[in-house]
Design a protein. Structure first.
Length: 423
């Protein structure tokens, strides 16, 4: 199966950059999800690789073939890129049987005999488990069965790469879970490269071998799902991935001689953040400043190129949410301002010690209970596993795990390191 390589790919309309100088390598037989909020550029990226959208500039390779190169004037049409496309709308022919829908594209190719077409249809129908429905019409099938027909039709011409643009969004929650499992198995059995667009972080986490997270046309992180969850590159990534959402705690302070960060958090509580792998804050900030200077120099070089258009949809540091009982204006960030990221499962509810809190709400689901905890004007969300519930208004004590928490620089929004928090 081919490797897909995007080199400095840009797509813009006027001064709006849908995709901004994207470099991306999709390995053979991988399952990559393009994840991000609506309008971030993920579908545009998919359509450019498939040949349904023409990039403004850059280079795209599928295997050994250059399918697009703005400098050399290469733009291979979509029907010659040997890719399959599965849309959000199944687009099945209502007047054709399942068999006819699957075989339709094969007949148009005109390179298969009738017997070969029959063998291919039977084979892909077995793969997606719809061989018993070949004589039915789409209206006689459930949503999940229609989705399987659309997948079989995509697999029939044996594309080298399969693109999927939010194919499960029309299904109910239970069926989406079942189809995610089927897609995972399908990827394994076919050995194809899958590129999957979604705004649902749960789909991305459960399906992908790697997540490509995009915001405002810019690649934010490209890593395996658990790395994106546990070691997000910045505040935006940390906030976008995870349900319930991560807690952000404003922290002010600095690093002591032992390498620990001493902070004032949650309205006057003293806390100590210990890194899992030691970080020197001064050196880290100097390195980040140097990287920023390099990026600005690269932008200046690009600005000298003929036809350059300045980006209208400007990039900015993510305005992260802090849950409050009553909204108050946050001061402008300073050099000694940091942000601690705490996943809900990292909060420990204790009988004593730590910080005293009030149970603001408790939502048991059977398997776990989501608890919102009030500390002064601040609210933190925790998850307690098991059939446990709490009375609203009850006083409890909370602490934090000794690893897995995240520390971000508030000025640039980037991850400094992981560690534990002692209060």
């Amino acid at each position: 199966m081919p490797k897909i390589v995007l080199t400095d790919v840009t797509k813009r309309w006027g001064d709006f950059y849908a995709v901004d100088h994207l470099d991306l390598v999709i390995d053979d037989c991988s399952f990559v999800t393009l994840l991000g909020p609506s309008g971030c550029g993920k579908t545009t990226t998919l359509r450019m690789i498939a040949g349904l959208e023409t990039p403004t500039s850059g280079r795209i390779e599928i295997g050994d073939t250059v399918v697009f190169d703005s400098e050399r004037g290469i733009n291979v049409p979509a029907n010659k890129r040997h890719v399959g496309f599965l849309f959000q709308n199944y687009a099945l022919w209502p007047n054709m049987t399942v068999y006819q829908n699957i075989s339709f594209g094969l007949k148009n190719l005109k390179k298969y005999t009738k017997q070969e077409i029959d063998e291919i249809v039977q084979r892909v129908a077995r793969v997606v488990k719809i061989e018993m429905f070949l004589d039915r019409y789409p209206s006689e099938l459930s949503g999940g069965q229609q989705q399987r027909v659309a997948i079989a039709r995509t697999l029939a011409p044996e594309p080298e790469v399969i693109f999927m643009d939010e194919p499960l969004s029309n299904l109910d929650a239970k069926l989406r879970l079942e189809m995610r499992s089927e897609l995972q198995r399908l990827h394994l059995t076919t050995g194809r490269t899958f590129v999957y667009v979604t705004h649902d972080q749960m789909e991305a986490m459960t399906l992908a071998t790697k997540i490509c997270l995009i915001e405002n046309g810019v690649l934010q992180q490209y890593d395996p799902p658990l790395d994106v969850y546990g070691k997000p590159n910045n505040l935006f990534v940390a906030d976008f991935v995870g349900s319930p959402s991560i807690n952000f705690i404003d922290a002010k302070g600095g690093q002591n001689t032992a390498g620990e960060m001493e902070f004032d958090i949650l309205g006057g509580h003293a806390a100590k953040f210990s890194f899992t792998s030691q970080v020197n804050i001064g050196e880290w900030k100097a390195k980040e400043d140097a990287a920023d200077a390099e990026r600005e120099a690269l932008k200046a070089e690009r600005a000298k190129v003929k036809g350059y258009v300045e980006k209208g949809n400007k990039d900015k540091v993510f305005d992260y949410p802090v849950a409050l009982v009553e909204d108050v204006e946050r001061p402008e960030p300073a050099a000694d301002d940091y942000v601690i990221g705490v996943r809900p499962e990292m909060i420990e509810i204790r009988e004593d010690g730590g910080i005293e809190a009030e149970v603001y709400s408790a939502m048991p689901t059977g398997m776990e209970t989501t608890v919102r905890l009030r500390i002064g004007n601040f609210i933190l969300t925790g998850v307690v596993f098991g059939g446990v519930t709490y009375e609203i208004g009850a006083r409890v004590h909370i602490g934090f795990k000794k690893s897995g928490l995240m520390l971000f620089d508030r000025l640039n929004g980037r991850l400094i390191g992981n560690g534990g928090l002692e209060v």
